[in-house]
Design a protein around this ligand. Sequence first.
Ligand SMILES: [Zn+2]
Length: 414
Amino acid sequence: MSPVIAVLLMGVAPAWAQQNPADLGARLLKEPAVRAAVAAARADEPATIAEQIEICEVEAPPFKEQKRAELYARKFRALGLQNVRIDAEGNVLGERPGTAPRPHLVFSAHLDTVFPEGTDVTVKRDGPRLAAPGIGDDCRGLTVVLAVVRALNAAKVQTPGPITFVGTVGEEGLGDLRGVKYLFNEGLKGRIDRFVSVDGTGLGAANVAVGSLRYRITVKGPGGHSYGAFGMSNPIHALGRIIASVAEFDVPREPKTTFNVGRIGGGTSVNSIPFEAWAEVDMRSADPASLQSLDARFHQAVDRAVAEEDARWGQRVLSVDKALVGNRPAGQSPPDSAIVRTAISVSRALDLPLVLDEGSTDSNIPMSLGIPAITINGGGRGQRAHSLDETFDTTDSWQGTVRAVLLAIALTQP
Ligand SMILES: [Zn+2]
């Protein structure tokens, strides 16, 4: 592609943002190929559910998603996606070209679960109900992504913009969104125009990304005998001062902003001044500014508490390490943004409800970067996600699949 054409195409995105896509879903549904794709997805739902079971039965523990990633890559290849690969972070990617290089849509779900290696992931089926750890979160999303490719192929839909289909790693917990961070910061940096994550069950969508910062604070000192060395700064006392300050933080109720000291530890015996104490702290907000302000106060509180403990004994012996162990940036796709209006129009065209909500998902990264993004649920009804008793009710789950198909087509429009 010549640079001139590339520049012209890049001019397309703002036009999309300004036009009103309120009737986009209905307009697209008038096209025979689009209608055929939607019908194919609905008819294919039994195969989609069978595939959901198959994927779920290949475990994908945190930081060990490889086995499931390889299965997913094989499925991408079997569906005819191009340039199928597993990138340096472990994400699986496959491309379906459009008639033009932009807008480039990334349509994804996450490979990882919260369950450790060796968890029994055999799916038990009881009528419409499936039970297994990870069956909904996010085997449903992974399956819906594949169903979208299958439906587009079945109806020979030629989308204007290309779609890269992705299975991401590290969405859960300490994975800290490492897969999607790699996509936006390295692998596909500067090349993603729109982003969809299919995550969770039901028919909702998340357009607000709740940000979180997580720290592991470690206070260290020389330590000594509780009687013999009395008069020495005490890391656990310093930690107590830190926790007392955190507990008094004033945070806004709206936008909801929260803090929590979730774990503490340290010390070796009741009659020793400890040489180490630690705490794990979680802070969240949907509002980037509120999260930033809370973070600044947290750093001050830690430093002040440690200094106070040292000052209490007239010493300077304590050190503190503030290790950032989790960083999910906040952001949002505003309710009147083109991507949210598109999702609403698609749901409306299919006569499905769409309730907007907050979430902490792969979409946090594009939302924090100002790139249009939304997380949609994959249909069906899930219960007890993140527990060993997780279930997924397949009743009318096709609704989630057909909505994903139509949304994918809609988001490739210039
Ligand atoms: Zn999930």
